[in-house]
Structures are given as structure tokens and as C-alpha cells.
Design a protein around this ligand. Structure first.
Ligand code: SF4
Ligand code: SF4
Ligand code: SF4
Length: 274
């Protein structure tokens, strides 16, 4: 079972009838950071360009939003009525669809609006709110279209995406580990910042995939890779309380990037009143 509704964990790889399968990379409501992570691959990006044909990738200079694609990679959340139509159209002309990054998999940081009165915020922030066409909620792609694979992270680990694309090219169904970050942290022998420094680390409930970036640097994880399998948010929230965090601070830990992810959302509710 997937970590979000309508997502199936292991979808068989489609068989491509061209030597260089077509890849389209689309942007929805997002900061472009996940696409930049891909651009920063360097040699890896050149390899990709040799193995795949980019038919739409605006950051790469190739623009054809309506192109048919073997693989669509979509960054960003669905936050406007137009984006609802776009994700359905992209799904219809793509054989395999990858949700790229926290915005696309959980709604991202912009889903904080889901906890509040979004129209009231719009009226308070914009001088002419009548020109803003937005939905009251920011949603993951899977709320509106079938998603074949979700890559979490803010930003994603682009090497993880590279491995997925190579799997697809080889006809192998890509799989992503949903193990807890703590498991990888222990395997590489990093010092636990929760035990050693009393920091409120989200590792016990966060999905692996980033290479333990923050604990390796002596910082606590803030959960940007989203919930791990069987995440016990209630137990970690209680532990954060033991460390001295207030209820609002506990909610901020769960509500920073993936507040709308199913396993984090109940513990981010306190942000409604913040
Ligand atoms: S997941 Fe993070 S880095 Fe990626 S587009 Fe969204 S906000 Fe930017
Ligand atoms: S530092 Fe964080 S991720 Fe690592 S073992 Fe401790 S709680 Fe888990
Ligand atoms: S350690 Fe946590 S916050 Fe840091 S990059 Fe990894 S998942 Fe994100």
C-alpha cells in the first residue's frame, strides 16, 4: 500500500517502443528546487540526456507542455483550478507518472493553507485578490490523478530519481525504500542527535532517502522526506514533549514541510491556532 491515497507502491515498468524514451518534466505550484536538483546532477544529467529524449523540460530549455511522454515527472502541488485540469491532461498523455518532491507528494509547504482560512489569507496579502485564482487547499498530485511512483524530499535526492529512470529504462519496476531514517542513521554509525544533544529529531518517523544529511552534520531532521512506513507520530510527539517542546512546537516539527501527509497531519493540527 502507498503512503498516499491512490498511489500504488510497485507499478510494473512499461515497455518502451523507442530507444530513447520521451521524458516530460512539468512544474506545478513549487519553488523549482527539485528541478534544480536534477540540473545539478552534472555528468548524471548528460547521461540522462543521452538515454532519454527530453520533450518538455523548461529549466533545460525544451518547451512543449502538450508533448506526449513515456515518463512524466511532475514537480509541485495542485493549488489552482487550472492545475487540476493540467494534471489530468498530463496523466492522459503519459505512460508512467512520477510525483517529484514534497510539494507533489504531500502538498508541500503551501499546504499549510489547508490548516487556515486560505481566502482570508489571500484577501490579507494581495492588494487585488480578485485576480488570484487559487484553490482553498494545496493537494498532492495523487488527489487528482493516478501516480505510479512518488519521490519524496524537499528537494528530492536527484540520484534517487536517476536510479528510478535507469530502472525504467531496463524494464525493472522501480521501488523506493520507506524505511525510517533512524535505520540508515544507525547503519552509517552517525551519533544520535536526539540522545546526545536532546534535539527533537524527526528521524524516527521520516522516510529514508536523503543519505542522513542533517544528523550527519549534527542537526536534527525536520522530516522533509515525509512519513516513513508505520510511522508512530504519537510516540514521537510524546517524546518531544519529554524533551520540553510545547504543543505548538511539536506541531511545528510535524507541520514544516509535509503538514498534509497523512501520518503527520494529526500532529500538525495545533498550527490551526498558531
Ligand atoms: S519539494 Fe521543496 S524543493 Fe521541491 S519544489 Fe517543492 S518546495 Fe521546492
Ligand atoms: S539522529 Fe535522528 S535519525 Fe539518527 S538515530 Fe537519532 S533520532 Fe534517528
Ligand atoms: S535529515 Fe531529514 S530534514 Fe534533513 S534532508 Fe534528510 S529527511 Fe530532510
Amino acid at each position: 500500500m502507498g503512503l498516499n491515497h491512490e498511489v500504488v507502491d510497485v507499478v510494473p515498468a512499461p515497455s518502451f517502443d523507442r530507444r530513447r524514451p520521451r521524458v516530460a518534466i512539468h512544474k506545478f505550484s513549487s519553488c523549482d528546487g527539485c528541478q534544480l536538483a536534477l540540473l545539478n546532477l552534472g555528468e548524471g544529467l548528460l547521461d540522462l540526456a543521452r538515454q532519454f529524449e527530453f520533450v518538455h523540460f523548461a529549466e533545460f530549455g525544451v518547451v512543449d507542455e502538450d508533448a506526449e511522454a513515456d515518463i512524466a515527472i511532475v514537480e509541485g502541488s495542485v493549488s489552482t483550478p487550472h492545475e487540476v485540469e493540467r494534471i489530468r491532461a498530463i496523466r492522459a498523455r503519459s505512460r508512467y507518472l512520477i510525483a517529484l518532491g514534497a510539494c507533489a507528494t504531500s502538498g508541500g509547504i503551501q499546504a499549510l493553507r489547508n490548516l487556515h482560512d486560505a481566502p482570508a489569507w489571500t484577501r490579507a496579502i494581495y492588494a487585488q485578490p480578485q485576480h488570484i485564482e487559487t484553490l482553498d487547499r494545496a493537494s498532492p498530485l495523487a488527489a487528482f490523478a493516478r501516480v505510479d511512483l512518488e519521490l519524496w524530499g524537499c528537494p528530492v535526492n536527484a540520484w534517487q530519481l536517476l536510479a528510478v529512470l535507469r530502472d525504467l529504462l531496463s524494464g525493472v519496476a522501480p521501488t523506493i525504500s520507506h524505511d525510517k531514517l533512524c535505520q540508515e542513521c544507525k547503519r552509517i554509525g552517525a551519533t544520535c542527535v536526539m540522545v546526545a544533544q536532546g534535539l527533537p529529531c524527526m528521524g524516527p518517523v521520516t522516510q529514508t532517502g536523503c543519505g542522513v544529511l542533517c544528523p550527519k552534520a549534527g542537526r536534527d531532521c525536520y522530516g522533509c522526506f515525509g512519513p516513513a512506513e508505520h510511522a508512530n507520530g504519537a510516540a514521537l510527539a510524546a517524546q518531544f514533549g519529554q524533551l520540553g517542546l510545547s504543543a505548538a512546537d511539536v506541531a511545528r516539527r510535524f507541520g514544516s514541510i509535509n503538514s498534509a501527509a497523512e501520518a503527520f497531519a494529526p500532529h500538525a493540527q495545533e498550527l490551526r491556532d498558531v
